[in-house]
Design a binder for this molecule. Structure first.
Ligand code: CAA
Length: 393
């Protein structure tokens, strides 16, 4: 880490005009267009393609991709501002956006050749195509290097075989960043990252998972059976795939942390509105100190989580190492989201338990932020390893 350096890392809390514009654009669109649809998206289990097209029109799908490659050319801070607003309205839509931006466009931008950027990144950045990230497997989640999907050299290309699990956007994505093992004995040093496009023979979508929350986003299995791709689909060197995956997840964890801030803010704002309206014992429940304490704690934690997200995003914008800071932000923000959601249900009381109110959706949506893109326990491990790695001998 970084511990000392990171905690002292300077970042500007004042948002630039451009960042404020991104925030306002996302806030207005999310409030007017997305929020009214959130319950229906959850109920039907689908984020409408029209919503993804609208996000593309607003520049969100390629927000931090340079204009040269079809993106909006903004920075990571702008991305987390947009993510907070989208997730404040609808976490299902938020994860569709975050997996596309953080996990599909980011590795193409970081590791792709100019030719790969033109061919694969541009249509993702414009939102014409949707991306996903295929790392996890049925028997390899936290221990990502234990993956069994194989990549065998065949002439000047690769043949892929295996099954990927828990792939957000998996059913609808036009393109997947697939990680596979070239030599199991080499563990992480044998992994290769390959771009696989929808329609490639042998690539099929398997089971669609039924989930507790973020029900509008699709979570699918992907089967690869003798899938052939050229070597011009490879991102990074042979054996560098694990580095591609983990450095991508550093950015992805900032995205999920901002999702958690958005969910926690939804809990706070919905609780506040309800507490000012609901009467008990002859007054508003907002007038009871027990409720005020909950609201005050939620507000404090949302602010603290946001600052950690901004710190990590700012380090990434400056091209500095941010592995630990991204993990700190995700660990803390996801915990805040889960706690805020629990308090939100509690403040709504019996109504909090009903599908007619948003509290129970926040409660279901918040939990996944402690699991995907690295569990809280993996975040602790990453933070500890980064600190210990820095410790003087
Ligand atoms: N960036 C670049 N390289 C990194 C890195 C980083 N952040 N962290 C580690 N590495 C490198 C190391 O330097 C090391 O390389 P060398 O051998 O060349 O030095 C190599 O990676 C292996 O490092 P470790 O020995 O620490 O690896 P490990 O096998 O012990 O695993 C781990 C480390 C932190 C547990 C890692 O496996 C991990 O993060 N697991 C969680 C996986 C995860 O987050 N999965 C989420 C799935 S994606 C998802 O959820 C998407 C979705 O659809 C929502």
């Amino acid at each position: 880490m970084a511990t000392a350096a990171a905690s002292e890392a300077r970042f500007d809390l004042a948002l630039s005009d451009e960042q404020q514009l991104a925030q306002r654009t996302a806030r207005d669109w999310a409030r007017e267009r997305l929020l009214p649809l959130a319950a229906e998206i959850d109920e039907k289990g689908e984020v409408p393609r029209e919503i993804v097209r609208e996000m593309a029109g607003l520049g969100f799908m390629g927000i931090d991709v340079p204009e040269r490659w079809g993106g909006a050319g903004l920075d990571m801070i702008s991305y987390v501002l947009v993510m907070e607003e989208v997730n404040r309205a609808c976490a299902s839509t938020g994860v569709v956006l975050s997996c596309h931006v953080s996990l599909a466009t980011a590795p193409l931008l970081q590791y792709g050749t100019d030719e790969q950027k033109e061919r694969f990144l541009r249509p993702l950045a414009t939102g014409e195509r949707l991306g996903c990230f295929a790392l996890s497997e049925p028997a390899a989640g936290s221990d990502a290097a234990a993956m069994r999907t194989s990549a065998r050299r065949d002439g000047d290309g690769w043949v892929l075989n295996g099954t990927k699990n828990f792939i957000t956007n998996g059913a609808f994505a036009d393109l997947a960043i697939v990680f596979a093992q070239t030599d199991p004995e080499k563990r992480h040093k044998g992994i290769v990252a390959l771009v696989v496009e929808k329609g490639t023979p042998g690539l099929t979508v398997g089971k669609l998972e039924k989930k507790l929350g973020i029900r509008g986003s699709d979570t699918a299995q992907l089967h690869l059976s003798d899938v052939r791709v050229g070597d011009d689909h490879r991102l990074g060197g042979v054996g560098e795939g694990f580095k591609v995956a983990l450095s991508t997840l550093d950015g992805g964890r900032i995205g999920i942390a901002s999702q958690a801030v958005g969910i926690a803010r939804a809990c706070l704002e919905d609780s506040l509105a309800y507490a000012k309206e609901r009467q008990a014992f002859g007054k508003r429940i907002a007038d009871f100190q027990a409720i005020q304490a909950k609201l005050a704690d939620m507000a404090t934690e949302v602010d603290a989580a946001r600052l950690l997200v901004w710190r990590a995003a700012s380090l990434r914008d400056r091209g500095e190492r941010h592995t630990a800071e991204a993990a700190v932000a995700k660990l803390f923000a996801s915990d805040v989201a889960v706690r805020a959601a629990r308090e939100c249900v509690q403040i709504f009381g019996g109504y909090g338990y009903l599908r007619d109110f948003p509290a129970e959706r926040h409660y279901r949506d918040a939990k996944i932020t402690e699991i995907y893109e690295g569990t809280s326990e993996i975040m602790q491990l990453v933070i500890a390893e980064e600190m210990l790695g820095d410790a003087p001998a």
